[in-house]
Design a protein. Sequence first.
Length: 325
Amino acid sequence: MTYLDPLYGEFVIEEPVITALLNTPTLTRLKGIEQGAYRKPFFPGEPPTRYQHSVGVFLVLRKYGATFKEQIAGLIHDASHSAFSHAIDYIHAEGSPSEHSHQDNIHEEYLSQSELPALLNRYGYTLTELLDESQFPLKEQPLPDLCADRIDYSLRDAAAYWKFPLDDIHHILDSLTVHDNKWIFSSPEHALRFAKLFNHSNEYWAGLESAVMFFTVAEYVKHALTRAYITPQDLYTTDAEVLNKIAVHHAKDATLIKLFERMNNRVPYRNDPEQGTLTVVKSRAVDPWCFKDGSYTRLSTAIPEWQKTLTKELPPKKWWIAFED
């Protein structure tokens, strides 16, 4: 099959296990899940989906020569996302607004109960080996390291929301290489350019608008769960299916309507530490490796000023949300 990605171009995918995975219900469900949760009312642009991002991580790993097992692991790495993505961390009590880690915490259990283990076994792979993060250093790394996941979602959001030119995205990709199982930029200047782009996106990912988005989606969904308009299992369908199932109850529930208006950005809001509700949002910054003087080092070592940005941006952001309805 031929896959055309808006960022990376055309790829021919010939491996039967990949084409089989791409057509599983577990992965095709991700076409109905927005990557950022519920951004359309708050941000301009067409939101990427978790499916596009999952294939994107696979393609990044393929482009830079990762092992085939790591490519498969990249393809399935987000398969356990709920509807509204990281909003789940604000819906469930065991979620982590500061880490956005609920999806990671249930990943193995969710995939184990899907059709993926049997499919993978047919092609000579096991789910256990594909979930062994120690074997896949390029796919995912803790902040502030760079990884295929972080590369794809940041560039995909930059193109979708901030209209970052495709030529500039290709320039960033061309300045990246893999060495010693690390993503390394060709110079400190290239690393800084990407890190600044990432930091610009984080102003939105961790900003007041995103805090309001997460908070309002969570309040709407939690209310629907409390009233049994939906079940916890419904959250593992798609965004549209959850919204449609709740929508039939709008006419009889004034509170639900109020929450719906808020999550669709129809109610003025403000950051108000005295009267608002505290909402924490995960914040991100990267400190990429880069070549300098024949070796490689951290951006913050090559350009010490960057350490100030890391210190400022890595801690979670706190917002006190108040509405004017």
